[in-house]
Design a protein around this ligand. Structure first.
Ligand code: HEC
Ligand code: HEC
Length: 237
């Protein structure tokens, strides 16, 4: 066989192999980061541990995960466990940034097991949107305890009908027809208005990143956002 041709062939082969290895590396590193997020599904849940960790979170997010500070601290109760676990993990690795959360979402404060326990615990907390009718013999202590779990977002002034239209065409397919979330998608109804506004703006500026949602959030004008918030604030009334 002609030696120069042989060298030429092996050069092609080497180039080909290098290209294949390179592609494999690129594909592997670009694979959805989701694969690395903790998944509560097969976790051996310890409710007592969840309750104990919640004492740490309650200072800001409330004993029942109802949030506070007019939305400075978001509601966590009832959000999907998978969503909560992803957010906590993102705070830990600083893929999502928050000065307040970065103090708590550390390996020292929340181990991998704690992270799943607290996510499931919070996802199972239920809040009421209206005060129930009390039986005549309900003690005032019981009434007080129930009242603390009643949470309804204050009405936000704005063009509700315009918000309803934008929501139905741009947001409903992922966040659910009624805004109460879908699968691991977070609910938007029942979340504080000011918190939602900050998140939408953070998604627009790229401070918070979610690729699938980008094209829906990016074109929203300030007026669109106010209309959406007005709609979301009354959608469960
Ligand atoms: C010092 C106050 C503080 C404490 C304590 C705290 N958080 Fe937070 N948390 C915040 C703030 C502020 C935000 C909003 C961050 C932002 O704007 O992105 C937040 C956001 C979150 C979110 C994102 C919610 C969403 O809808 O995406 C999760 C999940 C969360 N916290 C879980 C926890 C857990 C679990 C604990 C306890 C281990 C905890 N936090 C303790 C202040 C706190
Ligand atoms: C293609 C699916 C998709 C569409 C459409 C979509 N979202 Fe989302 N949205 C998501 C996902 C997924 C998340 C969770 C992001 C994460 O894991 O950090 C999210 C999160 C959010 C959050 C943060 C909630 C929280 O608790 O912090 C807000 C606010 C939000 N979306 C608003 C909207 C609005 C408003 C629209 C319509 C204009 C919209 N989304 C359309 C998929 C979508």
């Amino acid at each position: 066989m002609n030696p120069p041709f042989c060298r030429f062939q092996s050069l092609i082969l080497t180039t080909y192999l290098v290209a294949v290895v390179f592609l494999v590396v690129v594909v592997l590193t670009a694979l959805p980061a989701a694969a690395q997020y903790p998944n509560p599904k097969s976790h051996d849940y310890d409710p007592d541990n969840g309750e104990e960790i919640n004492e740490l979170c309650a200072g800001c997010h409330g004993e029942f995960g109802q949030g506070g500070g007019d939305g400075e601290y978001p509601r966590l109760a009832g959000l999907p466990a998978k969503y909560l676990a992803k957010q906590l993990h993102q705070f830990k690795i600083q893929e999502r940034n928050s000065v307040a959360m970065s103090m708590y979402a550390t390996d020292r404060e929340i181990s991998a097991t704690d992270l799943l326990d607290i996510s499931i615990y919070l996802s199972e907390l239920e809040l009421l949107t209206i005060m129930p009718d009390f039986a005549a013999d309900t003690s005032s202590l019981e009434k007080l305890q129930i009242a603390r779990r009643v949470f309804n977002v204050a009405r936000h002034d704005g063009d509700v009908e315009r918000g309803r239209d934008i929501y139905a065409t741009q947001c409903a397919k992922c966040h659910g027809k009624d805004g109460l979330g879908k699968g691991s998608m977070p609910q938007l109804v029942g979340q504080y208005t000011d918190y939602l506004r900050i998140q939408i703006e953070d998604f627009q500026t790229g401070k918070r990143i979610n690729e699938p949602m980008k094209k829906y959030i990016q074109p929203l004008t300030a007026a669109d956002i106010e209309a959406l918030l007005a709609f979301l604030s009354v959608a469960d009334d």
